[in-house]
Design a protein around this ligand. Structure first.
Ligand code: NAP
Length: 280
């Protein structure tokens, strides 16, 4: 079997088109959705991510501001910036790019964002809302991964979904979203002893580790859906995921590529969340 590709670029383009149309409709009513992206320091990867986020926003008609702050910005100054954005009526979504410099307590900064503007979905109010099934903002990466699963028409009810990784931004919310769709969910992490055996029983595998080849072909049941969240550089410096793509593709039913998979979906879902914040 050769797995079908779930094309993140194509799905993201479709979502962006829908957001664009909704933004046009909102603007006609005199409302322009606004997103503020805050970057502290000059981490090269973060610079690329924030420039993409700003460019995407502009493409769909969302007003965006990029707040660049020096690497030695104090926690108090950053918190004051967040508070100013909380109070800015032109801004509906606030995203503080992670990671922050070590001298700043990230959790404190996330907690300072008004949950109604927390388009990253990292605030405990939104994490809690997801956990108990209340409306709120879902973190963009697992939300994007869910949209990819949705796109193939898979009914998750009763399916065994294995999430590898338990971070607050990907693994845990991913597991929660799968659970909310009535999948039977197993969360694996660095202390999991029998990862291969667990994965072999999975109908859906979501790999969110950050290590190349964590998922190999001998770990995948024939026909399984494999979602690769990982972003790594291989020995040649090329972007790759956590999944041994070529080998797993020969076994799986569906697979997401890296690049062109979860990455563009994450960016698209940020726009969806920003639009939702503006409509609230
Ligand atoms: P993270 O916070 O480092 O979490 C990694 C998780 O993987 C941890 O829960 C860790 O377990 C687990 N893990 C580590 N080694 C393992 C192993 N050998 N077997 C099983 N589990 C293992 O990373 P993250 O922020 O969730 O991100 C995960 C990956 O997704 C990274 O490559 C990141 O770059 C990528 N990512 C991509 C996007 C996108 O837009 N495409 C967005 C966000 C993240 P412990 O908890 O026990 O340490």
């Amino acid at each position: 079997m050769t797995a079908k590709l779930i094309d993140g670029n194509a799905l993201a383009a479709q979502i962006k088109l829908e957001v664009t149309q909704q933004v046009i409709a909102l603007k006609a009513k005199g409302m322009t959705p606004g997103l503020a992206v805050v970057l502290v320091g000059e981490d090269p990867a973060s610079q690329v991510y924030v420039s993409h986020k700003v460019k995407d926003s502009e493409q769909v008609g969302i007003y965006s501001v990029l707040e660049r702050m020096a690497a030695d910005t104090t926690e108090a100054t950053l918190l004051a910036k967040v508070e100013a954005l909380n109070n800015d009526p032109a801004i509906h979504g606030i995203l503080v790019q992670m990671p922050l410099p070590k001298h700043i307590d990230s959790q404190k900064v996330i907690s300072a964002i008004n949950p109604a503007k927390d388009v990253d979905g990292f605030h405990v109010a939104n994490a809690g809302a997801l956990a108990v099934g209340l409306p709120g903002f879902w973190p963009c990466t697992p939300y994007g991964a869910m949209k990819m699963i949705e796109s193939i028409g898979l009914n998750l009810r009763g399916k065994h979904a294995v999430v590898i990784g338990r971070s607050n931004i990907v693994g845990k919310p991913m597991a929660q979203m799968l659970l909310n769709q009535s999948a039977t969910v197993t969360i694996c992490h660095s202390a999991t002893v029998n990862l291969k055996e667990i994965c072999l029983t999975a109908d859906v595998i979501v790999a969110a580790v950050g290590k190349q080849n964590v998922v190999t072909a001998d770990m995948v049941k024939a026909g399984a859906v494999v979602i690769d969240v990982g972003m790594n550089r291989n020995a040649a410096g090329k972007l790759c995921g956590d999944v041994d793509f070529d080998a797993v593709r020969a076994v799986a039913g569906y697979i997401t590529p890296v690049p062109g998979g979860v990455g563009p979906m994450t960016r698209a879902l940020l726009l969806v969340n920003t639009l939702k914040a503006a409509c609230a």
